[in-house]
Write a protein of this length. Structure first.
Length: 389
């Protein structure tokens, strides 16, 4: 029986995780669930999974949840605040932590789980983008297990040799091919891109996801963040990571070897597959995902990414090559820009412009510890907000 903490249980990944868990009551026990503000959904999840702990960000919503649980006769302990997220991520009884909070808010609790030596199922890619070296060092020194949940990275993990030791060339790997759907605006002209709305950006053709990652997919910043994520996970330099646009999202990524072999992982676009893989690793369990029907897929297409129409991808490569605090600055500026776009304060094409402005405004510093990352994040947010006004 694995004791599981789900950080961000009310989100898209959180919900898919609980769906897989509910299929295997003999294998997993929910120890803690956490959410930002969604009291009602968290209450229902508590009734179904009976966790020892539930966490909400604000005391008012935590009090509301406490009262609801008491009147339902359930004894889940309700905690509140960012410190409580880190606290549940490091509970001694916890075996596995699903890191599924969106954005920079996920960094500290995920890093805490890493320092505590947990098995970490990493969906929160922002942790690696912001603090890749600090996080990977925490994993190494605590002996924690890190399993990528992002579908592309999960595919690469599956296509690399078992027990891959972080040396691509020693494993005979020539390149990593990171697939991208191209998002809802893949075929839009620059003129059309000027007028797209948050609703259009959030209507992804293949995946149902939270709003932030949906906008990132539409701008292709998601793929940029994933290039940086792949760099840290697999110790791959930027030159060895090639983005391939594959609109059907059936091939989740590929690894090319020096002998000409290319290994891929395929499946229906449903996050329950990588989640089930991570939960049961190294075994396999049912995920609820339908079998892939290749006759229905029929055709698979591939194209090179268009860096002119989707400059966010170039900005991410640029930040990865600059190193140090540059990816944290990129991530912070992107979070501010995406929130402003979702709030209809700025146009879609203003997202890369704002990020570029913030990257140009701030010097890149070395990252020695978490504080260096948090300082860069705070500074980049304040510069971005200043440019929005
Ligand atoms: P979501 O918006 O659906 O859910 C986010 C979760 O985080 C919710 O439970 C929310 O309550 C919680 N949360 C939000 N802000 C918070 C804060 N400030 N403090 C504490 N909790 C907070 O997002 P999602 O689509 O599930 O994505 C979660 C993460 O997984 C992201 O990092 C995303 O990039 C990554 N990811 C998602 C998918 C997907 O298919 N949805 C695929 C790959 C990777
Ligand atoms: Mg992905």
């Amino acid at each position: 029986m694995q004791n599981l903490v789900v950080l961000g249980s009310t989100g898209s990944i959180g919900g898919s995780t609980l769906d897989v868990v509910s299929r295997h009551p003999d294998k997993f026990k929910i120890l803690a669930l956490t959410a930002n503000t969604q009291v009602e959904l968290l209450f229902n999840q508590c009734l179904q999974f009976k966790p020892g702990y539930a966490v909400l960000l604000e005391e008012k919503s935590a009090q509301h949840l406490r009262e609801r649980l008491v009147s339902a006769g359930q004894d889940t302990e309700v905690l509140c605040g960012a410190a409580a997220l880190a606290q549940v991520a490091a509970l001694p009884e916890a075996d596995t932590v699903m890191a599924a909070i969106v954005g920079a808010a996920g960094l500290v609790p995920t890093l805490t789980a890493a320092k505590a030596g947990k098995k970490i199922l990493l969906a929160n890619k922002e942790t690696l983008v912001m603090a890749g070296n600090v996080f990977m060092e925490a994993i190494r020194s605590s002996g924690a297990t890190l399993l990528p949940i992002d579908s592309e990275h999960n595919a690469i993990f599956q296509a690399l040799p078992p027990g891959y030791d972080g040396d691509l060339s020693r494993s005979g790997v020539r390149r990593i091919l990171l697939t991208a759907s191209g998002g809802p605006f893949r075929n839009y002209s620059p003129q059309q891109l000027q007028h797209v709305t948050p609703e259009q950006a959030c209507a992804h053709p293949n995946w149902v996801m939270g709003r932030k990652i949906s906008v990132d997919s539409a701008s292709m910043m998601n793929k940029g963040l994933e290039v940086i994520e792949a760099h840290w996970l697999f110790n791959a330099s930027a030159d060895l990571i090639q983005v391939v646009v594959h609109p059907q999202s059936v091939i989740h990524s590929l690894v090319e070897y020096v002998d000409g072999s290319v290994l891929a992982q395929l499946g229906n676009p449903d996050m329950r597959t990588p989640i089930a893989y991570g939960l049961a690793y190294p075994e396999r369990i049912a995920s609820g995902v339908a079998a892939l029907d290749l006759f229905k897929v029929a055709t698979m297409n591939f194209e090179a990414p268009d860096l002119i129409r989707f400059p966010c991808l170039s900005l991410a490569y640029q930040a990865l090559r600059a190193g140090g605090t540059a990816p944290a600055i990129l991530n912070a500026a992107n979070e501010i820009a995406v929130a402003a776009f979702l709030d209809k304060q700025i146009a879609f094409l203003a997202i890369p412009r704002l990020i570029e402005t913030v990257l140009a405004a701030l010097p890149v510093a070395t990252v020695r510890c978490l504080e260096d990352v948090l300082n860069a994040d705070a500074e980049a947010r304040s510069v971005a907000l200043r440019h929005l006004r």
